[in-house]
Design a protein around this ligand. Sequence first.
Ligand code: NAP
Length: 461
Amino acid sequence: MNKNSSNIMALAPNTSKKRETVCIFGTGDFGRALGHKLIQSGYPVVFGSRSTQTSSLIPKDAEVLSHAEAAQKAAIIIIAIQRQHYNFLTPLAEILHGKVLVDISNNLKINQYPESNAEYLAQLVPGAKVVKAFNTVSAWALQSGTLDASRQVFVCGDDMEAKQMVMDTVRALGLTPLDQGSLLAAQEIENYPLQLFPMWKFPMLLSLGLIAFFFFYCLIRDVIYPYVYENKDYSFFIAISITNRICPILALILLALVYLPGVFAAIIQLYRGTKYRRFPDWLDKWMLCRKQLGLVALAFASLHVLYTLVIPIRSFVRWRISSQIVSQALNNKTEPLDTTNAWLSDSYLALGILGFFLFVLLGITSLPSVSNNVNWREFRFVQSKLGYLTLVLCTAHTMVYGGKWFLSPSSYRWYLPSAYMLSLIIPCTVLVVKFVLIFPCLDKPLTRIRQGWERNPQYSE
Ligand code: NAP
């Protein structure tokens, strides 16, 4: 749809209560986009600009005046100007006295200035009521109708009435205001659009590190070793075999790492005999990104499923099966069915299927739209009880995969155990410690501690 000024008209022109004029300082990208949106929602808009000449980019129905003239026409003034130019507002302090100034600005770096832009604005124009809003919405999102962008607008400010006026305007634009409290929250709101997946950094870096380690580990065992000792070229294993070894290993380790911090936390609380002392920073941060760790683990588990599905059509696998058949035919001898192997293989597959099913269930319940619809107890049941069950199933799946060769000395190459054996270390540790922690002699005091009991109360009555 053409968003030119000529096409912009009020979508709600006949609202029973006439909308108050809104003033926008600055005719840049954001000022114009917001102006279009306000006019569409039935607000008269007046721009305050250094140049009063209108251009075709400015909405047709909007007036363009000097800053002083425009400010006099509205109770709400949106400052769509970069922070470094705010000085021009000082001479206008008298005109802006008692007005609601909406700071929408962002910075280039997190915590770029000692105070937030909104607090700086409040210092420059002390008589105005400053409200922070709109900085998390992009000009593009406003222009594209916010259909495919976040509709949430974080709002904060010290004056309740001013904040309410801004929140009403936000609502009238079809957006969702989220009250974040006083102007002290402005710094956090300004940092918000500058963050780049903060909770995903640790899971991603950890995954990359583990991928690199296990890739070289498998390369040494599965490609270099046969080349050196048997002069066989298995380099094609890199494409599917090694990848399909790394994916389940990462899925299992990352899933175990979702539950490991909880185990650490329980041990620390038991040791300290209180829950009223902060955990170390590293543990706090680790606990906060458990959901992301779990989702990355689920992604690797899904890749493992896909890679496993293509195994029967691999040329190497088809060659191995046909050569076995040919060798049986040449020897005129059919190998009998090994029931133990059949059991192991079926159990391994069944455990994998059940584990993956629960894994997906955990992933689904972590989605906000689902978790918002379950109560705390239900959420805890799924994430903790079913989560541990998933870990048990996936660990058992890996152990049974080893089958008869699990821990057998012949499976070591250059004294290196199979990669899947390494992947079992963390999950087994988590499960064993968790098993110990559910013994009543530990579980009871832990439950009491979590309910507020202290072994040595800090503040006695
Ligand atoms: P922009 O396109 O560069 O426009 C800024 C406007 O400020 C200019 O068009 C100009 O308007 C005015 N201006 C420039 N220098 C000035 C000076 N020395 N004194 C007075 N006014 C001056 O910037 P923008 O993208 O619209 O961003 C404006 C504000 O919105 C910024 O604080 C930005 O952080 C924030 N923001 C932008 C977006 C976005 O998607 N663009 C999203 C969220 C928040 P006149 O020529 O009319 O005076």
